[in-house]
Each structure stands twice: as structure tokens, then as C-alpha cells.
Design a binder for this molecule. Structure first.
Ligand code: NDP
Length: 383
């Protein structure tokens, strides 16, 4: 039996993870389940999985959580420090599935336990970059990528030396607006942006997919996870989302990982690694899919990937600034405050105005993140 904590248990990745755990209940002991504010949903999950502790990050929901779990024997807690404490309980596997840089401190606390951290929370790695990778090495932790592209690359790299890699290609569905004109993009609504053609995901990553910031953040993520050099990292649009990414070796062989557009496949790969486990996902039926197509991304219409590449090239604090500005801009778009096309413009503006020193520790990253958010909010007020 192995123990697991799920940070962000009430989200889309949390639900997919718990679906897999539910099917193998006898193999897992659940330590911590966390949410931000969905206290009733969290309480139901904590009861179902007999969690040791349930935590709401937003302390104002702690009373609701306490009431919902009264008499269950499950510990309850609330607030940022409680989230970090729960992550530090040292489960064999921690699934880091909080959305945004809000998941950074708890992910770092899990890494510091030196166990396995399955990382979905890409914003944490984008923001903390070298600080997080250094912590993984220092504490002897195992960092497994949940993101389908990085999980694909991880699988294609298995047993091979990074020095043998010629290129790594991240595939992108292109999102719901991949065939839209500039005029259409200018009036895209939140409802249209969160309707992804291939994947069922949380609101923030769905908007990121529509802007292509998701792929840009993934480029930065790949840069830290697979340090082959930025010049070897490519992006290609692949509307069917069947090929999840590819690694080309210097002898001309390209290895790709294929699978259904279902996050339970990469999550299962992390939960069972280095073994395999069964999933309920429909087998890939390539005859039925018929054709797989590929095309170059349009960086004039979707400038996000170029902005992210520039941030990765600049290094230091730039990816954290970019990520924070994007989080504020996406939230503003989702609440109807700014137009879809303003997201990338805002990110570029914050990056040009704010260029702090490179962070050397978690505290520095969090300080850069909050200062960049403040700059982005200033822009919103000026608009
Ligand atoms: P969701 O929005 O569905 O879920 C987010 C989870 O994080 C919820 O449990 C939510 O709690 C919690 N949360 C939100 N804000 C905070 C906060 N401030 N502090 C603590 N917890 C918080 O997101 P997804 O599951 O879609 O995505 C999670 C992460 O995984 C993201 O980084 C995303 O980029 C990445 N990812 C997602 C994929 C997907 O298919 N969904 C694919 C690949 C990567 P509550 O419910 O209470 O709000």
C-alpha cells in the first residue's frame, strides 16, 4: 500500500486522479486532500477516501469544512500555512494539482520531503524554475510530469541520454480558436474560450490553451524538466491531440507517445511509475481517427509562445513575472474586464515594465510573483 496526497483535489486533475484511486482503493492510503473554497465537495471526498486531513486554502471556508466533517475523525485545517503543513506530511506520492502560482509553496513543501511529486501545477515550475529543480536535487525527490506533453517526453526519453537528443517537439491542439481570424479573436468571449475542442479542463488552463499561453508555459516547463537547450525545443500544432509530444534523436529516430485525450493516462503513468496500471480510458482507435495533421503555430495571431520563449531566454525572474501577469490577465478576461486579445498585450507590458533580480529562493519567487501581480492590476486600473 502507498500513501498519496492530492493538492487541488476538487479540480479537474484532482477528479481524474481520484477516479483512478477509486478503482484501486486497496492499494492507496489517502493522507491530505486540499481545495481552495469548495468545502462541501472537499468534505465529501475526504469522507469517501478516509483522508487523514482536509484543508481549505481560503480560511474563510474552514467553518464550513469543519461542520461538513463533524464526527468523521478527519482532521480539518485552513489557510496557507495549513496547506503547506499538509503537503509536508510526506506521502509517498503528492499530486500537485492546484492551479496557478498559489500552489508553489505547498509543492515545494512536498518536494522537501524527498518523495515523489507528480506535477500538474505548471505555473509553480514556470515561476520557480531553477529554485524548484535545485530543491528536487537537494532533497532527492522524484519529480514526475503529469502534463500530457511532458509526460509523453518523459516516456520517450526513458533510458536515453539527453546529449543524444536533437529536438523535442511539444504538440499543441491550437485550442478552440486555432482557425479564427484576428477580428474574431478580438471579440472572443469567456464562454467560447473555455470550450476546448479536445480536453475537459479547468477554466484557467482552458483560456491558456485558447491564447496559446498554455503551450508557452509548457515550453518553459520543458526547458526546466529536460535541459537540452531552448534552441532544441519546438512547438507544432496538431489539432487531433493524439500525438502528445515527440523526441528526435541525433540518429534521425523520432519517438512519439500517442494516447486518448484523457488526463487519466498521464496521471496513471505517474501513479504507477516505473510500473504501469490499467485505466478505464477507451483504447486509441487510429483507423477511426483516420488522419493526424500537423502545422506550424501562427505567432502573429497568437503571440504568447514567442513571449514565453523570450522569458525563458531571459531567465531569472522573467518567467515568474510572465506567469503572474498572465494569471491576472486571464482572471480579468474571465470576469469580463478585458478583451481576449488584451491578455498577451498585458503580459508583454508587465514584462517590459518590471525586470527584478533573479530569485534565489522560494521567498524571492513569491515576492516577484506578488509584485508582478500588483503591476498587472495597475494596468487594469489604467485601462
Ligand atoms: P481546476 O481549476 O479544475 O482546479 C484547481 C484546484 O486548485 C481546485 O482544487 C481548487 O480548489 C484549487 N485551488 C484554486 N485556487 C487555489 C488557491 N488559491 N489555493 C489553493 N488551492 C487552490 O484546475 P485544473 O485541475 O484544470 O488544473 C490544475 C493544474 O493542472 C493547473 O496548473 C493546470 O495548468 C494543470 N493541468 C491541467 C490539465 C487539465 O486537463 N485540467 C492538464 C495539464 C495540466 P477549489 O475547487 O476549492 O476552487
Amino acid at each position: 500500500m502507498r500513501s498519496i496526497s492530492i493538492l487541488g483535489a476538487t479540480g479537474s486533475i484532482g477528479a481524474s486522479t481520484l477516479d483512478l484511486i477509486r478503482r484501486e482503493r486497496d492499494k492507496w492510503r489517502v493522507v491530505a486532500l486540499t481545495a481552495n473554497c469548495q468545502a462541501a465537495e472537499l468534505a465529501a471526498l475526504a469522507r469517501e477516501f478516509s483522508a487523514q486531513v482536509a484543508v481549505v486554502a481560503d480560511e474563510s471556508y474552514l467553518a464550513d469544512l469543519r461542520t461538513a466533517l463533524a464526527g468523521s475523525g478527519i482532521e480539518v485545517a485552513g489557510g496557507a500555512a495549513a496547506l503547506v503543513e499538509a503537503a509536508a506530511r510526506g506521502a509517498d506520492v503528492t499530486l500537485a494539482a492546484i492551479v496557478g502560482c498559489a500552489g508553489l509553496a505547498s509543492t515545494m513543501a512536498a518536494i522537501e520531503q524527498g518523495k515523489t511529486v507528480a506535477l500538474a501545477n505548471k505555473e509553480a515550475l514556470v515561476s520557480a524554475g531553477e529554485v524548484m529543480i535545485a530543491a528536487v536535487a537537494r532533497h532527492g525527490a522524484t519529480l514526475l510530469p503529469v502534463d500530457s506533453e511532458h509526460n509523453a517526453i518523459f516516456q520517450c526519453l526513458a533510458g536515453n541520454d539527453l546529449a543524444q537528443v536533437r529536438t523535442i517537439t511539444l504538440t499543441a491542439s491550437g485550442g478552440p480558436f486555432r482557425d479564427w481570424s484576428a477580428a474574431q479573436l478580438a471579440s472572443a468571449t469567456p464562454a467560447q474560450a473555455v470550450k476546448h475542442p479536445n480536453w475537459d479542463m479547468g477554466a484557467k488552463i482552458s483560456v491558456d490553451s485558447a491564447t496559446m499561453f498554455n503551450k508557452g508555459l509548457e515550453l518553459i516547463e520543458a526547458h526546466y524538466l529536460f535541459p537540452v537547450g531552448l534552441d532544441k525545443l519546438r512547438i507544432i500544432v496538431h489539432p487531433q491531440s493524439v500525438v502528445h509530444s515527440m523526441v528526435e534523436y541525433r540518429d534521425g529516430s523520432t519517438l512519439a507517445q500517442l494516447g486518448p485525450s484523457d488526463m487519466r493516462v498521464p496521471i496513471a503513468s505517474c501513479l504507477a511509475w516505473p510500473e504501469r496500471m490499467a485505466t478505464p480510458c477507451a483504447p486509441l482507435d487510429l483507423a477511426q481517427i483516420g488522419e493526424l495533421t500537423f502545422r506550424a503555430p501562427d505567432e502573429a495571431l497568437f503571440p504568447a509562445t514567442a513571449l514565453c520563449r523570450a522569458a525563458a531566454e531571459a531567465g531569472g525572474a522573467a518567467p515568474a513575472v510572465l506567469n503572474a501577469a498572465n494569471e491576472v490577465a486571464v482572471a480579468a478576461f474571465l470576469s469580463g474586464q478585458v478583451a481576449f486579445t488584451r491578455i498577451a498585450v498585458m503580459v508583454a507590458e508587465v514584462m517590459s515594465r518590471y525586470n527584478p533580480a533573479a530569485p534565489t529562493g522560494l521567498g524571492d519567487v513569491i515576492a516577484v510573483d506578488s509584485a508582478a501581480r500588483a503591476k498587472a492590476r495597475e494596468l487594469l486600473e489604467l485601462a
